[in-house]
Design a protein around this ligand. Structure first.
Ligand code: CDP
Length: 227
């Protein structure tokens, strides 16, 4: 009997804080694949715009920034909780991309077609090399529709807000659950109603509802899909 090899391109999509990064990273480690979190690229452009005092509502300026800025996403160089390093012109902006101000503005930036075109192009180039777990909102639908395995990771807004709240509190942030829930719902609304590459499950994606599942249970289920 011949053993089928693991899928080479794995796409994981889903709404904010559904656990894509946690599961994606674990899966990539288990398979010896590259983990690529595409959300950090949208976050990097958002942070650079804010840092340069560019109004995120200025589509032309933000788009030019996305086209001109070389963003590097490399394996984590420190064990301080990061899944990868985010570098812009050699500067480490990993933690800046996680600031609440970035959370609040990233969906505005990621809705711009020119920003998406610039970043998807880079993501596609990396994804097509294979042996990769790529996570985002539109990987299975737009960036890598040819992916061998597509997972759509879902959970209720309340559960996702609870997870994000725990994660931020553990990092020392003083944040209220209700505020996080409102922001998660608002980000989902913008991500799923935008014209270009809206958040949705690909028709051939396996949907995992992780509401009542532990991280390990989701991981085991995802791993089983790779075997
Ligand atoms: O970690 P979390 O789910 O909160 O967010 P993320 O994956 O870091 O993505 C941040 C934002 O970038 C999302 O809310 C989307 O607006 C955008 N994004 C996107 O449009 N397309 C992707 N492939 C990845 C992220």
């Amino acid at each position: 009997m011949t053993r089928k090899s693991s899928p080479s391109i794995i796409a994981i999509d889903g709404p904010a804080a559904s656990g894509k990064s946690t599961i994606g990273l674990k899966l990539a480690e288990a398979l010896g694949y590259l983990f690529f979190d595409t959300g950090v690229m949208y976050r990097a452009v958002t942070w650079i715009a804010l840092d340069h005092d560019i109004d995120v509502r200025d589509e032309a300026k933000v788009t030019a920034l996305a086209e001109e800025t070389p963003i590097d996403v490399t394996p984590a160089s420190k064990s301080d909780g990061r899944a990868c390093d985010v570098l812009v012109a050699g500067k480490d902006i990993t933690w800046e991309t996680r600031l609440p101000i970035v959370d609040a503005n990233v969906s505005i930036v990621s809705a711009y077609p020119g920003v998406r075109a610039a970043l998807s192009k880079q993501q596609r180039r990396i994804g097509q090399r294979g042996r990769v777990v790529m996570v985002g909102r539109d990987i299975g639908t737009v960036v890598l529709p040819e992916a061998d395995l597509k997972i759509y990771l879902d959970a209720s807004p309340e559960e996702r807000a609870r997870r994000r709240h725990a994660e931020m509190t553990a990092r020392g942030a003083n944040v209220k659950y209700e505020d996080i829930l409102a922001k998660v719902i608002e980000r989902d609304r913008i991500d799923s109603t935008r014209d270009v590459a809206p958040l949705r499950a690909a028709v051939d994606a396996v949907i995992i509802d992780s509401d009542k599942m532990s991280v390990n249970e989701v991981f085991e289920k995802a791993l089983a899909l790779c075997k």
